[in-house]
Design a protein around this ligand. Structure first.
Ligand code: CMC
Length: 432
């Protein structure tokens, strides 16, 4: 952060405050309002934090109007096309792309942490078989804190790194086992001869009774899906991780909080909601009626997988996801899937409809990721779990950055109170 040299003067009823303006390397300048309460006696009001920079960060940059997404300065399209997920994870965590030696060491360390404590295996039995896998993921990741008490030593850099590696390494195992458990199938242990994405597919789809053959096109698609979801600046779940972390909570608890925030349909739950929406629409003939419902403000129906808080042009991740979608469908020889045909038709109609054009509502990453995952045989209930698995890398990188920031303080927003003014307590007898 540098001083731009600019100062904004805010005047209120004869008092004035001079607010410094800071510049980042990219993006709009930010007005530093930290002195406004002391100088003017007011808070600022920004529900949903749409106009508020809550921190400084060197990890991810988004320009929503231009459809730009950079991780540590590298465009997402270049990373998705040329890097692997583990390279991107290293980049997010450490700030630079790894050399071959650094990458090998990073992957070796991850592989040494892919197994779960056998006691965690027992933990799964506590869940109902029909539990949503996000519930299992959220509970089990939080429970990791009970196994690694060294994670509480957040002032120790080695402890922070160890927790980060444990989380990135163990998430695929927990995620795949959450699925296996709900299916009543045997848990498949991690295979350290496979890549990160291959190993996840193996733990999801292999059976101990027979060899499992990895399809390289599907493994590459899975790797790309993980890259595209790895980080996304200060979104709801990342802000939740940072907020929980600002209290000094251990990183497993913070990531469990992030998983909970990701679960909702306005955020990570959208890819699951897209598939449910397509199933509800049922056939192309019903699209006009559905679109009419979406436009009717009283219906409460939204076109899931469309729109974004930040991207008001296009979601750069969606473009790559769309291409990957065609690759996967081609590889699997899927031509006439009614749900997929419906999705393509819905997209065509919506991007040409004035309602969506006027509001800059374009397909987001989740519109296509749901379709690809379905084609790959991933059950709908696992879609958000996959998002969480990928985003854990971003969450833990953002958590580390926050803890390592000098002068880091607890997050504590204020409010505009609209409740009753102070009044005296009345006992039951006088309440009538
Ligand atoms: N369908 C229909 N109308 C919409 C939609 C939609 N998906 N999204 C926004 N609008 C309308 C909204 O009704 C409002 O209209 P008006 O100006 O007439 O009142 C206008 O567009 C602006 O909407 P908003 O609610 O102020 O926008 P927001 O920035 O608060 O919401 C969003 C962003 C992602 C929550 C929203 O677009 C949405 O609910 N989309 C569907 C869910 C979804 O796909 N979420 C995944 C986001 S990408 C993955 C991730 O990063 O988590």
């Amino acid at each position: 952060m540098t001083e731009s040299g600019k100062v904004a003067t805010v005047t209120l009823e004869g008092k004035s405050a001079s607010l410094p303006v800071h510049s980042g390397t990219l993006g709009p300048d930010v007005l530093d309002i930290r002195k406004i309460t002391a100088d003017l006696g007011v808070f600022t009001f920004d529900p949903g934090y749409g106009e508020t920079a809550s921190c400084t960060s060197k990890i991810t940059f988004i320009d929503g109007d231009k459809g730009i997404l950079l991780h540590r300065g590298y465009p997402i399209a270049q990373l998705a096309e040329q890097a692997t997920f583990t390279e991107v994870a290293y980049l997010l965590l450490n700030g630079e792309l790894p050399t071959t030696t650094e990458h090998d060491a990073f992957v070796d360390t991850l592989k040494s942490h892919t197994l779960l404590h056998e006691q965690i295996r027992n933990f799964f039995n506590g869940f109902r078989r029909d539990a949503h896998p996000m519930a299992i993921l959220c509970g089990t990741v939080g429970a990791l804190s009970a196994f690694y008490s060294d994670a509480n030593d957040i002032s120790n850099a080695a402890s922070r790194n160890l927790s980060a590696m444990r989380l990135i390494a163990k998430l695929p195992t927990i995620a795949a086992w959450a699925y296996k458990y709900t299916q009543g199938e045997a848990f498949v242990y991690p295979r350290n001869d496979l890549t990160y994405a291959e190993n996840f597919l193996s733990m999801m789809f292999a059976h101990p009774s027979e060899p499992y053959k990895i399809n390289p096109i599907l493994a590459r698609a899975m790797d790309r899906i993980l890259i595209l979801h790895a980080d996304h600046e200060q979104n709801a779940s990342t802000s939740t991780v940072r907020m929980a972390g600002s209290t000094g909570a251990n990183p497993f608890a913070c990531v469990a909080a992030g998983i909970a925030a990701l679960w909702g349909p306005a955020h990570g739950g959208a890819n699951e909601a897209v598939l449910k929406m397509l199933a509800k629409i049922g056939s192309k003939d019903n699209i006009p009626e559905f679109i009419a419902q979406v436009k009717d403000k009283n219906s409460g129906v939204r076109l899931m997988g469309f729109g974004h808080r930040v991207y008001k042009n296009f979601d750069p991740r969606a473009k790559i996801m769309q291409a990957t979608c065609h690759e996967v469908l081609g590889e699997l020889g899927i031509k006439d899937d009614p749900l997929l045909d419906l999705a393509v038709e819905l997209e065509k109609i919506a991007i040409n409809d004035e309602y969506f054009v006027k509001r800059s509502l374009y397909p987001n990453v989740d519109f296509y990721s749901g379709i690809i995952l379905k084609a790959m045989g991933i059950p709908t209930s696992m879609f958000t779990v996959l998002f969480a698995l990928a985003r854990t890398t971003g969450w833990i990188s953002q958590w580390k950055e926050m803890i390592e920031e000098p002068g880091q303080r607890i997050s504590r927003p204020r409010q505009l109170y609209t409740g009753s003014p102070e009044r005296d307590f009345t006992p039951f007898a006088k309440r009538g």
